[in-house]
Design a protein around this ligand. Sequence first.
Ligand code: DGL
Length: 261
Amino acid sequence: MKAGVFDSGVGGLLTARLLRSLHPQADLLYYGDTVHLPYGDKSPQQIKGYVRDIGRFLYGVGAQVLVVACNTASAVGLEGLRAEWPHLPIYDAITPALEAFTHHRYAEPVGVIGTYTTIRSGVYGSALRRMGYAVKELATPLLVPLIEEGWVDHPAMEAALETYLSELGEVGTLLLACTHYPVIEGAVRRYYQRRGASVRILSTAALLAQKVARDLPPSGQGTSQFWVSDWSERFVRVASAFWGEAIALEPAPLPSTPAEW
Ligand code: DGL
C-alpha cells in the first residue's frame, strides 16, 4: 500500500522519516510544496487549493493512503480531500494529537505552538478546552522559515525560541503543533532545562507517524520517491539533512488554478 505523504516544503520529510523508521517496508511517495511554503500565513482558501492539487498529484502517482503531514493543511484543508476520495484512508496531523490527550491526562496548562493559520483556526484550543484542559496558544511563524533554511542549531533559532517560549509562559505540557518542529525539539527541551522547568513535550509529527505505522499493513518494498513544486540545490541539501541521507528530489509543479472547493 503506497502512502502519499505531503507538507509545505521539505519539513514533512521529518514525519516521513519517522514513519520509515517505524515501518521500514512502507512505500512512501512524498510531495513538498516548496513554491507555497510557508502555508502558515496563507488564507484557508489558498491552502485548500494547494491541498486539492497535491492530493490529485499523489493519487495520480499511485497513493492508496494520504498522510497530511501538515497541521496547517489539516486545520483548514481536509474537507475537499475527503469529499473527492471518500473511500481513501486520509490521515491528518491533528487527530492523533487529540487522541493522545484523550488517552492520557497531561500536565497543565497545555501550551500549543504552531503557524498563524493553525493557531487562528482554534482547532487545538477548542478541543483541548472541551476536554477540560487549561490551554495557552501561540503562533510562532518564524520557526518554519528558519527550519527550511536549515538554521536549526543557530543563534537565530535560539533567539526566536527564547522570545516565543518566554511569551507563552509557564506550561506543564507543550504540543509542537507543526510537523516541522521535531528538529527543534532538543532546543526546546534545553530552553526549559535552563529554567529548571519540567515540561512534557509532545510532537504532532511523531504521533502522526506512529498512528500511520500502526495502521499500514506489514507489507511493501520500502521504496521512496520525492517531489517538490519548486526544485533548487538548497531544497535538496535541506531535504537530505531531514531525510538523513542523500535524496533525489524531482520537480513536479502544481496547476496554478485558483481554489474551487
Ligand atoms: N509543517 C506545517 C504544519 O504542520 C506547515 C508549516 C508552514 O508551511 O507554515 O503546520
